[in-house]
Design a protein around this ligand. Structure first.
Ligand code: GLV
Length: 326
């Protein structure tokens, strides 16, 4: 939106009238966010928790995993922006007034997610875990590579990130299919929906990638039945949320060989407790919840736009439906 558009809408292209923005995250860099937002809205009143100032000034909160009760003091809140894609830590809580909640969505986040899943899928498709083990034995362990178009990859969840991941895998040459509650259409990807037989989708999948948001409806979705519906030895990648998986069922499937290997970025408890079996399982690769992060320079444009829109009585960008949970 340029200044002309502001003039047309009788809005002010300055921070005046926007109220204060409060930032709360243990993971994101407040300075990078402050700088990026002020580049978009010069003079913005940007505050970083715990330096809240007068809570009544705070109209916009940018938060990641705010503790219970965090939102209670803010009586003039106009919107909450989740500092990430998955809004499961924001919906269904009792300290939030009825204000719009939005998530971040930027090309940097999409690119990082695609790269993580591509890496994980290619690692299995090219038998890299076998070579890692063979190297430790000083063994020249030849496995004839399979053409990528023969390798069937399934994506569970075809939302914004899931669809981008499916297209990325397709462009890389894999045989990709996806499943979503809703009917989706992605070029070159066979899409199944809730109306289709889930087991028909699962029965062919050699590498399953979870991209489902965490909602009451997806908690524990990836359970023993689902894992048993995959061909024996299938690989599993989780890049969305830990509790979508029934972890004891996955551990059992990894031990029995029903699941041949797993690449896990997210867990029911994070950080993953030191005594958790995943740490020491030979066929599991653990990464510490970083498949995708937000790049403030890229995401701040949209957040600034949401601050302007909401201050003018409009809708933020990338608003989520709290009932649906994404
Ligand atoms: C990260 O997990 C996110 O939801 O952005």
């Amino acid at each position: 939106m340029n200044d002309q558009t502001f003039a047309d809408q009788n809005l002010k292209p300055t921070s005046e009238g926007y109220g204060a923005v409060l930032f709360y995250s243990e993971f994101d860099d407040p300075n990078a966010w402050g700088d990026a937002l002020k580049t978009n809205i010069p003079g913005l009143d940007f505050r970083v928790y715990p330096d809240v100032g007068n809570p009544d000034d705070v109209r916009h909160i940018l938060a990641w995993k705010a503790y219970p009760g965090f939102f209670e003091p803010f009586r003039n809140l106009a919107q909450v922006v989740n500092l990430g894609a998955g809004v499961d830590a924001l919906v269904g809580r009792n300290d939030l007034p009825d204000v719009p909640i939005s998530r971040l969505s930027d090309p940097g986040m999409v690119a990082l997610m695609r790269s993580y899943v591509l890496f994980s899928v290619i690692r299995y498709a090219r038998d890299i875990p076998s070579f890692e083990k063979a190297q430790r034995r000083r063994e020249w362990h030849y496995i004839h590579p399979r053409p990528l178009h023969q390798i069937k990859v399934g994506i569970l969840g075809l939302g914004h990130l899931g669809a981008a991941v499916a297209s990325g895998l397709r462009e890389a040459g894999f045989d990709v299919r996806g499943w979503d509650h809703a009917t989706k259409s992605i070029a070159g990807v066979k899409c199944y929906s809730a109306a289709d037989d889930r087991n028909e989708f699962l029965s062919e999948v050699e590498i399953l990638v979870n991209m489902m948001p965490l909602t009451p409806g997806t908690t524990g979705l990836i359970d023993r039945d689902l894992l048993n519906a995959l061909p024996r030895g299938a690989k599993f990648v989780n890049a969305s949320r830990g509790p979508v998986v029934d972890e004891p069922a996955l551990i059992e499937a990894l031990r029995s060989g029903q699941i041949g290997g797993a690449t896990l970025d997210v867990f029911c408890v994070e950080p993953l407790p030191a005594d958790h079996p995943f740490w020491t399982m030979e066929n599991v690769l653990v990464t510490p919840h970083l498949a995708s992060i937000t790049v403030p320079e890229a995401a701040a444009r949209d957040v600034a736009e949401s601050i302007r829109r909401v201050s003018a009585g409009g809708e933020p960008l990338h608003r989520v439906d709290p009932q649906r949970g994404y």
